[in-house]
Design a protein around this ligand. Structure first.
Ligand code: ATP
Ligand code: MG
Length: 394
């Protein structure tokens, strides 16, 4: 690796935000700075819709910075690049040494240049032609304008010229913190880590809620959920997981209500409690990993009955996805392996043999009236434990 190397991060939708653009950029730069702290001492600044990440010491871990940069929402592409003097000789020499490995793999290439410094004596077409000619001769490779194996980028900026390696896709989306705050219901399953990721990708900061039912659910099951939260911090930032004791509620429902309504009434309790936490923490919506038709509690009728107890929006980012798509996404974001560890969830204790898939709200409410709903909710909230999840790298 070249030890002059820096990272160039290109902004995505952020640049479209008109008057808000400035605050989006500020938020994104501060998110990048926070992430880079784990990788060493970096200077991070923005010029013309590009964030520059420049190592300040030999100890900076560029590999870690490169990986982290690809997990930050709001960035569409990440490129490594090397700065050099603003002379054609320096640019050609830099490309020869820095991109030697890339050239070895490519049969054809082209050069694309951009000139932010309009005082530079050659225009971008002339720069590309000159650099392209030199590199074709040196590496004995053919220039190909339409579908080259390798594109070499040259940028002439204020202080330096930059030669890029090929860029790779970033995480996309919007910077965390720009889209408000949500409470996400996180189970140990496959779906809810993905739904949390997807809502966070729209710039939403997350507050997690997890329900436990000891002794029916184990410490390992809880540890697994905390690990999933920790895996999500690389995208979502630090977060709090509210751990809600749910045993008493579940036992009380089992004692008082018909089995076929058990899951529905239980889920209505979950939403009431999650909503109370949302209101307490300035969160404006609830997020779940529900997916239409996946299980009995996720039919349209069942979801309507569950949702009837909340008066803030509930978002279900996975609602229309196929299982395969969800699995692919879980693998990509790195939560799959943890999600499939075989621990129980409170949703799977006392599950009815014949759950209602087309419940009638009035009948559910009549059954629920046998319970002291307010007291049960208040008690669960009073005994909630909060766990601060630190960055994955800490
Ligand atoms: P997941 O894979 O996310 O567990 P699932 O398909 O297994 O989803 P359910 O177990 O019915 O479905 O849960 C639906 C949604 O309810 C979950 O995606 C999650 O948002 C929420 N949920 C379920 N169990 C819990 C729990 N113990 N704590 C917090 N939220 C939960
Ligand atoms: Mg589940």
């Amino acid at each position: 690796m070249n030890n002059n190397e820096i990272l160039l991060l290109k902004l995505g939708e952020v640049v479209l935000k008109g008057l808000n653009r400035r605050s989006f950029e500020d938020k994104l730069v501060s998110n990048v700075r926070r992430r880079m702290k784990h990788c060493g001492s970096f200077q991070v600044y923005i010029r013309q819709s590009t964030i520059y990440v420049e190592p300040q010491t030999e100890e900076c871990d560029m590999e870690a910075a490169y990986k982290a940069a690809r997990q930050i929402f709001g960035i569409v592409t990440v490129a490594r690049a090397v700065p050099c003097d603003k002379t054609m000789d320096a640019i050609v020499e830099t490309a020869k040494t820095y991109l030697a490995d890339e050239f070895a793999k490519a049969k054809t290439f082209k050069v694309e240049s951009r000139r932010a410094d309009k005082q530079f004596p050659m225009n971008s077409i002339q720069i590309s032609q000159y650099v392209g000619g030199e590199l074709a001769q040196f590496f004995h490779k053919k220039a190909e304008m339409h579908t080259p194996d390798l594109t070499v980028y040259v940028e002439i900026r204020e202080k330096h010229a930059y030669v890029h390696a090929p860029s790779v896709p970033g995480a996309g989306g919007l910077p965390i913190g720009m889209g408000g705050r949500a409470v996400s219901l996180l189970s140990g399953g496959l779906d809810s880590p993905v739904s949390s990721y997807m809502i966070a990708r729209r710039g939403v900061e997350l507050e997690m809620v997890h329900f436990v039912s000891p002794p029916y659910t184990s410490q390992q099951a809880l540890d697994k959920v905390l690990e999933l939260a920790r895996l999500l911090t690389v995208y979502c930032g630090r977060m709090i997981v509210h751990i809600i004791p749910f045993t008493e509620i579940q036992e009380e429902i089992r004692r008082q209500c018909p089995e076929e309504y058990f899951t529905l009434i239980m889920r209505r309790f979950m939403m009431r409690i999650a909503q109370a936490i949302a209101k307490d923490h300035g969160a404006k919506c609830l997020v779940t990993g529900e997916n239409l038709g996946q299980v009995a509690s996720q039919t349209m009728d069942a979801m309507a009955v569950t949702g009837a107890v909340v008066d803030i929006p509930m978002f279900h980012p996975l609602i229309g996805m196929d299982k395969e798509e969800i699995v692919t996404r879980a693998r990509k974001i790195g939560t799959l392996e943890t999600s499939i560890l075989p621990y129980e969830d409170c949703c799977t204790v006392f599950t009815p043999k014949h759950p209602k898939t087309k419940p009638v709200l009035a009948l559910v409410e009549a059954e629920e009236a046998k319970l002291d709903v307010d007291a049960l909710v208040a008690d669960a909230l009073a005994n909630t434990e909060k766990v601060a999840i630190r960055y994955y790298e800490d």
